[in-house]
Design a protein around this ligand. Structure first.
Ligand SMILES: [Mg+2]
Length: 358
């Protein structure tokens, strides 16, 4: 069956949300991120709208640099940048609405980040139908959320992702299987996901600048130059990728479980294990690419192997073990009494997990 994959990426998501909710910002450059503190601030810009990008301000621009660029624009008679703090809980709510809208349309939705998703559109059968589908969904997001999205459609995730970046904002780019090679050839090697500044410098030093330069090389040559990653790159440069679209649950959650030596209903023992798991889970989160969570899930397995799962999504961003312990206990306490455990069954296993990680 023909694989048809879409990558949907919200345009300047955080800044667009702020713009839509504050009509007084319309037509003005916005940067959502750290507090610039008149140029002395630390931290970076999370998202800049398209007007601020014209000043040279982008995601990950140091906030002090963004401040200086804004001052420079001001001195030239241009509107200064409006700096706004990151209101992550709110963006996450809107993200959830958009993801829900997508899930009503497509069975397989992979939430790649708060404002990006891969969708498996193979069930539509043709690129033409996928294109019509994307137009309709973009309109729906526009009318329901007053936000624009850019969509790329291709034979795999790699091409879909590269295509969605091509005509931003409000773009729709379709790359059919037979167009893949021509689409890739003229692009800078930097556009291949995973090629960072270091690899770029290394490859440039060997006169490899655009993807067609890579396409001329063999898998062995690239392997010798860059090891395993070089071999991966060989396939990427050819536009070959068979990574599946997968639901995010396994990927974006961190959890643990503990099976007790003896089944128990001793609240001290259980709370101690919840506390210990919470501390370790927060540590793993801090060591990962994520810094906060919104959903806490507990699993309880009774001695008869009946298993129950309870979840709670908080309306702020949880960051510390205290928050996780508190939310886990709220979910767990009913299992100690007749609310969730009328027969006073003993507990064999407890699991704790955080999801909706940002
Ligand atoms: Mg985006």
């Amino acid at each position: 069956m023909l694989r048809i994959i879409a990558h949907l990426d919200m345009d300047a998501f955080f800044a667009s949300v702020e713009g839509r909710e504050n009509p007084q910002f319309r037509g003005k450059p916005l940067a959502v991120g750290a507090d610039p503190k008149e140029g002395k601030g630390r931290g970076v810009v999370s998202t800049a709208n398209y007007l601020a990008r014209k000043y040279g301000i982008h995601s990950a621009t140091p906030i002090s640099v963004a401040w200086r660029l804004s001052e420079k624009a001001k001195a030239q008679g241009l509107p200064p940048v409006i700096f706004l703090p990151v209101n992550m809980g709110h963006y996450a709510d809107i993200s959830e609405k958009i993801m829900t809208l997508l899930r009503k349309e497509v069975e397989l939705v992979e939430e790649a980040s708060i404002d990006e998703a891969y969708l498996d559109l193979s069930f539509l059968g043709t690129f033409k139908k996928a294109e019509d589908w994307a137009r309709r969904v973009k309109e729906q997001i526009k009318s329901e959320e007053r936000l624009t999205a850019s969509v790329g459609i291709g034979p795999n995730k790699l091409i879909a992702k590269m295509a969605s970046g091509k005509n931003k904002p409000d773009g729709l780019t379709i790359i059919k299987t037979k167009e893949v090679k021509d689409f890739l050839s003229p692009l800078s090697i930097r556009e291949i996901p995973g090629i960072g500044p270091k690899t770029e410098i290394l490859l440039n030093s060997k006169n490899i600048k655009v993807i067609s330069d890579l396409q001329k090389m063999s898998e062995e040559e690239l392997g010798e130059m860059l090891g395993k990653w070089g071999r991966d790159l060989y396939y990427k440069a050819q536009g070959i990728s068979d990574a599946p679209v997968t639901e995010d649950h396994e990927v974006k959650s961190i959890g643990e479980q503990e099976t007790y030596e003896e089944d128990t209903l001793d609240s001290m023992i259980i709370m101690e294990s919840i506390n210990a798991m919470a501390t370790r889970i927060i540590k793993s989160m801090q060591d990962s690419e994520f810094k906060s969570f919104r959903t806490v899930t507990i699993t309880i397995r009774f001695s008869d192997f009946q298993t129950k799962t309870r979840s709670r999504t908080i309306d702020f961003l949880g960051k510390d073990p205290v928050t996780l312990k508190r939310e886990a206990l709220k979910l767990f306490l009913p299992f100690l009494d007749k609310r969730e455990n009328p027969q006073k069954k003993l507990i064999r296993l407890i699991g704790l997990r955080i999801e909706k990680l940002y």
